[in-house]
Design a protein around this ligand. Sequence first.
Ligand code: NAP
Length: 315
Amino acid sequence: MTETRDTVILGSGCAGLTAAIYTARAGLNPLVLEGHEPGGQLSITTLVENFPGWPDGIQGPELIANMKQQAERFGATFQLAHLSAVDLGIHPYKLQTSAGEICTRTLIVASGASARWLGLPSEQALIGHGVSSCATCDGFFFRGKEIAVVGGGDSAMEEALFLTRFASKVTLIHRRDAFRASKIMLERAMAHPNIELRTNTIVEEVLGVEEQEVKGLSVRDVMTGNVTTIPLSGLFLGIGHEPNARMFAGQMDLDEDGYIRTKDNVLTTHNGKVVPGVFACGDVQDRRYRQAITAAGSGCMAALEAEKFLEGHGR
Ligand code: NAP
């Protein structure tokens, strides 16, 4: 017989680890399934300067390691595994994971969202060395430098506008000449003197792999086929995020882009009704803020709700 646990947490980013600290400290002996990207998005950033309590900043991977250590101190256990299937119709929930079956009374979904990347090997090699998907995290490092943002939606406009606070010039590169961005955001970006728009343009290569820092971009005009080089120091991807919630489709209410819809911040629903004992926190349910501190905050809320749920069920 599989033992039934009180709490299983899916995901080991800021939200999942905060939920682990709180549930462990409450004596719920949580099991954290670390997921496909252990440590989440922070584990691929460099210096985090806006997490309260670190006046000189802290490296993203170090912050994550600290949180994990803190959770372990209170008894949280970790498993390098991910969820493959679950039936949320039968409580307690049986999770099929890459490490076998696990049964749990509460499930905290903190599986995050993964930034979309272009998928170029040169781009992947330079993540953290001039290539970033987070303007608020890394914009500060490009003070006085020339950079580019890729994308034609609101995220790209927002990133480009935000980055003008630091960069001397932002080239906004979009693969078409029609934009998904809202009119107001597009107009703001187009009107900004330090933003140059390059439409019908795709990035073919990020230059600087040997030097281990971004030196420029090789771009192709899709109308003419002309390939040119743009010398610059940074590339930001603003081509959207994918919430890691696909496995809950049909069992949980998701919005049109696949983010988990929540009620009272962290309660999950199916056809509008609360799914008992299943909570969502962090970027898998937050398309708006997507900050380490907001993810941590909602991880705390999910943990407190899980505790309340278990208390109500005589645990
Ligand atoms: P989005 O609206 O889906 O836009 C993604 C953009 O990236 C599109 O222009 C798309 O090009 C481009 N793109 C996707 N894959 C690409 C690739 N492989 N290579 C090159 N370009 C690629 O995503 P988003 O901008 O993150 O916005 C998501 C949602 O959040 C939207 O509803 C948006 O309104 C909202 N949001 C709102 C705000 C705000 O109001 N302040 C800020 C951020 C986001 P195509 O157009 O050619 O497909």
